[in-house]
Design a protein around this ligand. Structure first.
Ligand SMILES: C[S@@+](CC[C@H](N)C(=O)[O-])C[C@H]1O[C@@H](n2cnc3c(N)ncnc32)[C@H](O)[C@@H]1O
Length: 272
């Protein structure tokens, strides 16, 4: 059908479609493999394990690397992988990540009057439970049902109430002028997109805080992880949305999620 669109289209578009179909096939194969593996508490090992699986299936090293590249690109844009990935991670018995509240968040809310907080991609609720203990009225959402179920258990064990909603970022309604605090720590979706930052800005009340901490690298850098954000891009998006920057760091530090030293972006911004 595409060939009927004219000579140029006949030459160019089938190639684009072919590449897209290949990428989709590669992604589907990765998701199918994910569904079969046991719980895995080490998010960093997933791609290495998948590469080994592809090699064991007879692919050459170059083919396996090509597939990993496609999977990493798809992870940046697709939500359907993260639910599976994080369900595997949260079902593991020994978390390979910090279960303590995020340090940047702790310092950002120190001495602040508690209000309504939104924990974006709340995971197992380490930040939600901390905020609820401090008197905040907390709503969190996450695409992972395993994460949500552990977050609810953790809140009950701490004797606090939180609203934990199983939704993806694209389906959750942030609302307008709803929150005094929006927390975004180690989220894999593109939190530096101007449209997304504007959506967060709209959802905050005047004087409300946005707290972001993430793995970081420059856009286009070699070996960039799908979970990295570009600190410059974050800064530009937050400026453009007319936040007041309270704190911004582009530093080497110990991440809450890989527990090793790596480049991190940290941001606290206030809605004027
Ligand atoms: C690295 S964890 C961070 C969890 C939590 N923010 C923390 O710092 O402990 C990333 C979380 O984002 C969730 N997530 C990923 N993509 C999502 C999406 N599109 N919508 C909602 N949650 C998502 C994952 O399920 C996972 O719980």
């Amino acid at each position: 059908m595409m060939q009927a669109a004219g000579i140029g289209a006949a030459v160019v578009q089938p190639l684009a479609w072919g590449a897209q179909a290949d990428a989709e096939r590669t992604w589907r194969a990765f998701l199918a493999w994910l569904a079969t593996i046991p719980p895995n508490d080490n998010p960093g090992s997933l791609l290495r394990d998948y590469r080994a699986h592809v090699l064991a299936g007879g692919a050459s090293a170059a083919e396996a690397d090509g597939q990993i590249k496609v999977v990493m690109e798809m992870m940046r844009t697709r939500e359907d992988g993260w639910q599976l990935i994080f369900n595997k991670i949260y079902a593991a018995s020994n978390p390979g990540f910090s279960v303590k509240p995020n340090g940047l968040l702790m310092s950002a809310v120190e001495g602040r009057k508690p209000g309504r907080a939104l924990d974006v991609g709340m995971g197992q609720g380490r930040n939600s439970v901390f905020l609820a203990i401090r008197g905040w009225d907390v709503t969190g959402f996450d695409v992972s049902d395993e994460g949500i179920s552990v977050a609810r258990k953790n809140a009950a064990a701490a004797g606090v109430a939180i609203r934990a909603v199983q939704k993806s970022n694209s389906n959750f309604d942030y609302g307008t002028a709803q929150w005094d605090l929006v927390v975004i720590t180690y989220e894999p979706f593109p939190v530096t997109d101007q449209a997304y930052v504007q959506r967060v800005w709209n959802s905050l009340r005047v004087g409300g805080l946005l707290v972001v901490e993430s793995f970081a690298s420059d856009k286009g850098a070699a070996g960039r992880k799908p979970v990295d954000i570009d600190p410059g891009e974050l800064l530009r998006a937050v400026f453009a949305a007319d936040f007041r920057i309270v704190r911004f760091e582009d530093v080497e530090g110990v991440s809450d999620w890989s527990l090793d030293r790596t480049r991190l972006a940290r941001m606290v911004a206030e809605k004027r």
